[in-house]
Design a protein around this ligand. Structure first.
Ligand SMILES: [Zn+2]
Length: 76
């Protein structure tokens, strides 16, 4: 079942103009536009997850470095 990219409402195919029409907000897109929209959203989600993971790794590295340098200072 197709979902509206704007409001996640149910979209139904309108054979009159060959468009997918949202039952909730009335947005109409062609099948092609809808597919393209969702693959774009998927791409963005994937890269977002990558950024979050990289940011987590960086923070962990920094914390490791920070706690290590604190330990080293203690022994000085
Ligand atoms: Zn909608």
């Amino acid at each position: 079942m197709a979902r509206c990219p704007e409001c996640a409402g149910k979209m139904t195919f309108n054979p009159a103009n060959r468009m997918m029409v949202c039952n909730s907000c009335g947005l109409s897109l062609t099948r092609f536009e809808l597919d393209r929209y969702w693959s774009k959203v998927r791409d963005e989600r994937t890269s977002d997850a990558d950024v979050v993971q990289r940011e987590k790794n960086r923070r962990k590295e920094w914390l490791d470095w920070y706690s290590k340098s604190k330990d080293e200072k203690r022994y000085e």
